[in-house]
Write a protein that binds this ligand. Structure first.
Ligand code: GLN
Length: 529
């Protein structure tokens, strides 16, 4: 089922194989009809991750990048929609020469073609098939996988089944039955898993391993435990202890070439090393679904915070705050007093925006370390325009299209576009960093500035209106980074403040364990102070 940690497992297997000396990449298959994750609400499908080349993709690609220390492309995320789109375009061009176009073989062939293309430059490609075995929408992908094994051989295609081992509260015992049944469902479509990875609270004991081995037609040692971990980055080490990496290689007729897992051990050690606690407030809106609160909508922000905290030897304590509460009751603002620093991450639309603006004002006036990300920068500019520049009711036209002072307005190149998917300013863009600024100092310190230029990933439609650049600067706001033509604001800061920095980009997408993003590092450092 989804949410099980298939992405973390895939990523961890990848890290394991990399540390054994292989060239590895990973791709995600999402069986939904959307072309990509760009138009999906984060509470529905988690964060929309942005690749270097401007893909709006499944959040698992973020996990892959963080574990593999590798930048992936939008082609590393395949959806049902994408495959159908290719097939339908081919059909309209007449490429099928009069044939009836069918799910088998045309769709399944196209899936295999796309997988092979991704694997071209790799030694091992991990392919994660999302969703649940037995779902209608999964079937063509599983069929493609079955065919690949048949065509390429069993030392070229390995099947790993990731399954949930529940421990019902009233029973207090781990149950293997759901896994027995999901393996049956797999066998029905012609797939016998080579490994079963069991997601559970605790490691799977030998009684249950034996049961699974017998009923699922698999050797006991190939039933792998994947227990809940406090630090997800530890999973490659947990898998290695069970000999998973070497068993996998053996099935592929390969031998480990080297052992570089020590590098990862050090990364994990750092993440585990708990110094004093830093309280970080993340003020957003994509937190509630029904009766549950989830932080998956901001998973990259959360991980970036953890990477920076590990680097500085402190323990992160993240408070998730729904900005709408500040609109209802201004006294709640005092919650911010208990925090060491505040992040306003990316966002869209009116909901909760005024609450965020209030929180930003509070941080600016009370000298509270603040990092604004994308929408966070735009709202910081709105706040500054209203309360420092005296532009009454200044706003973003995203919030109020008729505002008199449109300090944030739509990019001119965005004005014609009505289609919603893949039409924002997406992917990596350069920013020229201004000398003498804190932002420049931070990017330089981490070796992320080349010839005065930093690169970060973007996903936005609106920008700081160039008409107001001068006034904002006159009133003390420092524009610390701009697009090479000088038209787009990329970074801002307030000199003399403990830490007040915002960026139009998404720095959370370029933060890896052991390689934190400079802005998060700067924020946490100020928070510690
Ligand atoms: N809604 C804003 C825009 O479209 C900000 C987007 C974001 O935060 N990613 O420009």
């Amino acid at each position: 089922m989804s949410g099980l940690g298939k992405g973390i497992t895939t990523s961890s297997i990848g890290r394991l194989l990399i540390s054994k000396g292989f060239k590895v990449s990973a791709m995600k298959i999402d069986p939904y009809i959307n072309i990509d994750a760009g138009t999906m609400r984060p509470t529905e499908h988690g964060e929309v991750f942005v690749t270097q080349d401007g893909g709006e993709v499944d959040q698992d690609l973020g996990n892959y990048e963080r574990f593999l220390h590798k930048n992936l492309s939008k082609e590393h995320n395949l959806t049902t929609g994408k495959v159908y789109k290719t097939i339908i375009e081919k059909e309209r061009r007449g490429d099928f020469l009069g044939k009836t176009v069918q799910i088998i073989p045309h769709l399944t062939d196209e899936i295999q073609k796309k997988i092979i293309e991704r694997g071209k430059n790799e030694e091992i490609l991990l392919i994660e098939i999302g969703g649940t075995v037995g779902d209608y929408e999964n079937i063509p992908f599983l069929e493609a996988a079955r065919q690949m094994r048949l065509k390429l051989g069993k030392d070229k295609v390995i099947f790993i089944h990731i399954s949930f081992i529940p421990v019902p509260n009233f029973l207090g015992e781990a149950k293997t039955k759901p896994t027995q049944h999901s393996v049956k469902a797999l066998q029905e479509v012609g797939i016998q898993p080579d490994f079963i990875v069991c997601r559970s609270k605790k490691p799977v004991d030998s009684v249950r391993k034996k049961k699974l081995a017998l009923f699922c037609n698999i050797k006991e040692k190939r039933v792998i435990s994947n227990p809940d971990l406090e630090i997800i980055y530890e999973l490659p080490l947990v898998l290695e202890e069970q000999g998973f990496g070497d068993m996998l290689l053996k099935l592929m007729n390969l031998k480990p070439r080297e052992d570089k897992l020590d590098y990862w051990r050090k990364v994990v050690e750092k993440m585990k090393n708990k110094g004093k606690e830093v309280r970080i407030g993340i003020i957003g809106k994509y937190l509630n679904t029904g009766d549950w609160q989830l932080s998956d909508s901001y998973v990259s922000v959360r991980e970036a915070v953890k990477h920076a905290c590990a680097e500085l030897g402190v323990q992160d304590n993240i408070e998730w705050i729904n900005s709408e509460m500040f609109e209802k009751d201004k006294n709640l603002m005092r919650i911010l007093d208990y925090l060491d620093c505040v992040i306003i991450p990316g966002g869209f639309g009116k909901t909760g925006a005024e609450g965020k603006i209030k929180a930003i004002q509070y941080c600016r006036e009370k000298n509270k370390p603040f990092l604004g990300i994308c929408y966070g920068l735009q709202l910081a500019v709105v706040e500054y325009a209203r309360n420092v520049c005296g532009l009454k009711n200044a706003n973003s036209t995203e919030i109020n299209p008729r505002t008199h002072y449109n300090v944030i307005d739509i990019l001119s190149e965005q004005k014609q576009i009505i289609e919603k998917g893949g039409t924002m300013r997406l992917g990596t863009y350069p920013a020229v960093l201004k000398k003498g600024t804190l932002v420049r100092e931070l990017y330089e310190k981490f070796g992320r500035m080349k010839e005065g230029i930093a690169q970060e990933r973007h996903r936005h439609r609106y920008e700081v209106n160039p008409k107001y650049h001068e006034l904002l600067q006159e009133k003390g706001l420092v524009i610390s980074g701009v697009s090479p033509n000088g038209r787009l604001v990329e970074f801002i800061e307030i000199p003399g403040h403990n830490f007040f920095v915002a960026t139009q980009a998404h720095p959370e997408f370029t933060s890896w364990p052991g390689k934190p993003n400079p802005l998060f590092y700067g924020l946490i450092k100020a928070g510690i102070r």
